[in-house]
Ligand binder design. Structure first.
Ligand SMILES: Cc1cc2nc3c(=O)[nH]c(=O)nc-3n(C[C@H](O)[C@H](O)[C@H](O)COP(=O)(O)OP(=O)(O)OC[C@H]3O[C@@H](n4cnc5c(N)ncnc54)[C@H](O)[C@@H]3O)c2cc1C
Length: 450
């Protein structure tokens, strides 16, 4: 393998972890980030304020010794707290084992943790304020605009890894220069807006901090994730147009009336709602796919640059971190050349990132339409009962994705399609788990080749 410096473009969540993995293996690495160093200048606005980290992300962090540090700044959430239009709540656990929890973590604090860890390597340089403006594929040269001096810098880069996010410049260069390069970006008709439930007067949390709160309302929904400082980041997912949409909310009165009508218990906890609604941007949600991810052994894109997904399974970062786990494993082999390694990395990851992209869209439908449906809750409970009785044969989809990193996403999707059929059959004529027909369950689960 060449010993030249590896250039990692994009210092968000995936870039620093990629750089750490390479530096840990002894490679010289330079990480470029267009923004200033957030450890000095504060965390920039944009994207989500906090996010969900689960076992796949934690596994990658563990490989570089950062799992425990990440968990110190995370809040465990044991299940969904569903809020109906009357303000009544019901709790649906995510798993049935003590450790089957997901974690809310601040994007900024996690990014800082990763940058700190990257900075500790002597063979890893970080260049902030470097906006990549072009990647010359033919000459293998990166062009950066130094945002402080406004000077252009050209860097010869034999090996480049693009972790520059959903609107990647490296991927754009591939699109323009690689023959038969496929690229698709599919926007949802829904956007999102972040709002806040501030801490109580005594600094505590106003609602249960160990739950991910959801106000499911069919075509739109509100969710809330806890932050370490006592507040909750709420996200409204709503269509851009039509009835009960962003377009329909033009004035502070519209916003107050809409929230009072559909999220009455939430609005009582959101004193700055109307101001936040108009001060905070409305973000777009897109699925991004491309093929291939690489140019021979000279460049590859990872993370959102290769596979942007919608956030409804809380897996975008987690599956980007899983790219890093796969890279780490491939670096164990004796002297693979970069072309072979990139080819294998893409081959292993692409079917799995495609699968989680599809499951993320399917989970949107589940979260907004069906979580409040009694049939959905019954099927969840039946799924747990089946898992208890047949732990080797039946692990519910949500659990496979969130708690079983050893099951690749594509396999989780394949198995869960079989399981859906089983749950449909077993729940068809019953209203509680006591009525499960266990003979039929045994026949379906043990004979289902899953
Ligand atoms: C509302 C929302 C909620 C989400 N919730 C979750 C969740 O709960 N769990 C989860 O796992 N995922 C979640 N995600 C997805 C997650 O945010 C992304 O998958 C993750 O941020 C991808 O990391 P990345 O490093 O690939 O890209 P980014 O985090 O976007 O980082 C890219 C970096 O590259 C830099 N950059 C961009 N262009 C250039 C350039 N030209 N030159 C130099 N630097 C550049 C950027 O400044 C940035 O620092 C959510 C996303 C959204 C929008």
């Amino acid at each position: 393998m060449s010993t030249e410096t590896i250039h990692v473009v994009g210092g968000g969540l995936i870039g620093p972890l990629t750089a750490i993995i390479l530096a840990k293996k002894g490679f010289d690495v330079t990480l470029y980030e267009r923004r200033p160093d957030m450890r000095k200048g504060g965390v920039p606005a944009g994207r989500s304020i906090n996010l969900v980290v689960t076992s796949r992300g934690l596994k990658a962090l563990e490989e570089v010794g950062l799992r425990d540090k990440a968990l110190e700044i995370a809040i465990p959430m044991k299940g969904r707290m569903l809020h109906d239009t009357e303000g009544n709540t019901s709790f649906v656990p995510y798993g049935q084992k003590e450790d089957e929890v997901i974690y809310a973590i601040s994007r900024g604090l996690l990014n800082i943790l990763l940058l700190e860890a990257a900075d500790a390597y002597d063979n890893l340089d970080i260049s902030f304020n470097r906006r990549c403006t072009n990647y010359n594929v033919e000459k293998a040269t990166l062009t950066f605009l130094n945002e402080e001096t406004q000077q252009e810098e050209h860097i010869k880069a034999a090996v480049t890894i693009g972790t520059d996010g959903a609107w990647s410049v490296i991927r754009q260069a591939m699109l323009e220069n690689v023959e038969n390069f496929s690229y698709a970006q599919n926007f949802l008709e829904h956007g999102y807006k972040e709002l806040v439930i501030p801490p109580a007067e005594d600094g505590g949390f106003r609602i249960d901090k160990h739950a991910l709160h959801i106000w499911p309302r069919k075509s739109y929904m509100l969710i809330a994730l806890p932050n370490m400082d006592g507040n909750f980041t709420c996200t409204l997912f709503s269509p851009y147009e039509g009835e009960d949409s962003f377009e329909a909310l033009q004035t502070k009165q519209d916003v107050a009336a809409f929230f009072q009508r559909v999220f009455p218990d939430a609005v009582a906890l959101m004193p700055t709602l109307a101001d936040d609604f108009f001060n905070n941007p409305t973000g777009a949600l897109a699925t991004i796919r491309c093929n291939p991810w690489r140019i021979g052994g000279q460049a590859i894109v990872l993370g959102d640059a290769a596979h942007g997904i919608v956030p409804f399974f809380g897996q975008g970062m987690n599956c980007g971190f899983e790219d890093c786990t796969a890279l780490n494993a491939l670096l164990e082999f004796d002297n693979p050349d970069w072309e072979t390694l990139f080819k294998e990395l893409e081959k292993q990851r692409k079917p799995n990132t495609d699968a989680i992209a599809d499951m993320a869209i399917e989970n949107f439908v589940e979260m907004r339409d069906t979580t409040a449906d009694p049939k959905f809750q019954l099927k969840k409970q039946i799924g747990f009962e089946l898992e208890k009785r047949y732990p080797d044969q039946f692990i519910p989809r949500y659990s496979m994705v969130m708690f079983h990193p050893e099951i690749p996403y594509a396999e989780a999707r394949r198995l869960s399609e079989i399981q859906d059929g089983i749950l449909d059959k077993l729940s068809a004529d019953i209203s509680s788990t006591e009525q499960i027909n266990w003979d039929e369950a045994e026949r379906l689960v043990c004979g289902s080749n899953n």
